[in-house]
Design a protein around this ligand. Structure first.
Ligand SMILES: Cc1ncc(COP(=O)(O)O)c(C=O)c1O
Length: 381
């Protein structure tokens, strides 16, 4: 079998990036990359406009109410730290699920140790599903917020965000959704789903560059995570109490924002439904093929945003991805995927899982190649 290079690690970051994302970033750096929000000259104004276009694009795609409440971050982790820090300042209890990433778990745990937050974790049912009634059973008198992922970074499971949003509305709780996995393949609507805070990363299914993330809020006032220059009220020790300025201290990643804006445009043009359909086709083919390979157990829910994770009998997941990469040119992730509670729930905390995650550039013939490679690897085991 002739070795190819195949990228199945799109849940870590999508690759390659669309040519127009790269050219938009290059054009920005060649033509107008001044410091947005600082000076008043023509190039600074062009930079300012580009940042605003980015806010508008994200606000529109998630149906937020106000582009000035869309704040740029360096990634979702930074955004989630700001949101969870804001909740900690209110002091209280939060509920999240077994699907949450360490970028939720660790900040919550950090504030729990300081006595500012307490938390409960809602477990999935035996089929991996999360039910709002199970979240509801964890709500306490001092619960402030429910925090959930849009989709799992391990199994691709799509959480019932709409139903959880209704619960949060009924119980008057803040609803925080981490859309890092899934946004782009799905199109979560802030108003329809009663989302107060939507946090995302730019470099996954929105096809922007690394170093970009965002927080969109609706009736939720964030507390800054960083203090410093904002370009406004510069003679005062406190930043002006206005969003987005006070939440974005320091120079913004303008080329990154321009790239992300273009990524959002491309994804919107293709359409999330079409992207999701494409991924479902790849998943079906993969699952059909895996049925014929003895000793492979897939962990694949029906509602899936584009991931096939699996265990290989008698083989560590890290060893498997190493062989897949070095012998067959397949780039996939093994081990633990930053969501430790889900590994515990799946009982995969000893070996982790091999994760194939698909993107818009993957082709069905790559699935066939990967199945062939897996078959050969398992036979040689
Ligand atoms: C569900 C989920 N949330 C948050 C993150 C964190 O994203 P970033 O590393 O870009 O901050 C990831 C990244 O893998 C993720 O999968």
């Amino acid at each position: 079998m002739r070795k190819r290079t195949i990228y199945f690690d799109n849940a870590a970051t999508t690759f390659p990036k669309p040519a127009s994302v790269i050219s938009a970033m290059t054009s920005c750096m060649e033509n107008f990359c001044a410091n947005p929000g600082r000076s008043g000259h023509s190039l600074a104004m062009l930079s300012d406009e580009a940042v605003f276009r980015g806010r508008l694009a994200l606000t529109e795609v998630f149906n937020g109410k106000d582009p000035l409440k869309t704040v740029f971050m360096k990634n979702a982790t930074e955004g989630l730290n700001m949101v969870i820090g804001t909740l900690a300042a209110m002091k209280g209890h939060v509920v999240f699920t077994s699907y949450e990433h360490n970028s939720v778990i660790r900040p919550v745990y950090h504030y729990a140790k300081k006595g500012l937050l307490s938390y409960d974790i809602c477990l999935p049912d035996p089929y991996g599903r999360i039910y709002p009634k199970d979240i509801e059973s964890k709500i306490q008198k001092n619960t402030l917020a429910v925090i959930v992922s849009l989709a799992s970074n391990i199994t691709g499971y799509i959480l019932p965000v709409k139903e959880i949003g209704e619960l949060c509305k009924d119980r008057r709780l803040f609803f925080v959704v981490d859309v890092s996995q899934g946004a782009g393949t799905l199109r979560p609507d802030m108003i329809e789903n009663n989302i107060h805070v939507l946090v995302g990363t730019g470099h996954k299914d929105l096809y922007g560059p690394q170093g970009t993330g965002f927080v969109c809020t609706n009736e939720f006032d964030l507390i800054p995570i960083l203090y410093g220059g904002t370009g406004t009220d510069s003679m005062l020790p406190d930043p002006a109490n206005v969003s987005p300025d006070m939440l974005e201290a320091g120079t913004l990643n303008l080329p990154g924002i321009v790239g992300l804006t273009e990524g959002v445009r491309i994804v919107s043009n293709i359409g999330s439904e079409k992207i999701h359909r494409h991924k479902k086709t790849l998943i079906s083919r993969m699952l059909m093929g895996l049925e014929n390979i003895k000793g492979i157990t897939p962990y694949v829910p029906e509602e899936n945003c584009g991931i096939v994770s699996f265990d290989i009998d008698g083989m560590d997941s890290q060893e498997a991805v190493h062989i897949l990469s070095s012998n067959y040119g397949i780039c996939a992730r093994g081990g633990f995927h930053c969501s430790p509670n889900l590994h515990r729930y799946l009982k995969t905390e000893d070996k982790g899982l091999v994760r194939f995650s698909f993107g818009i550039y993957n082709h069905i013939n790559e699935i066939d190649y990967a199945l062939d490679a897996l078959e050969r690897m398992v036979r040689k085991r």
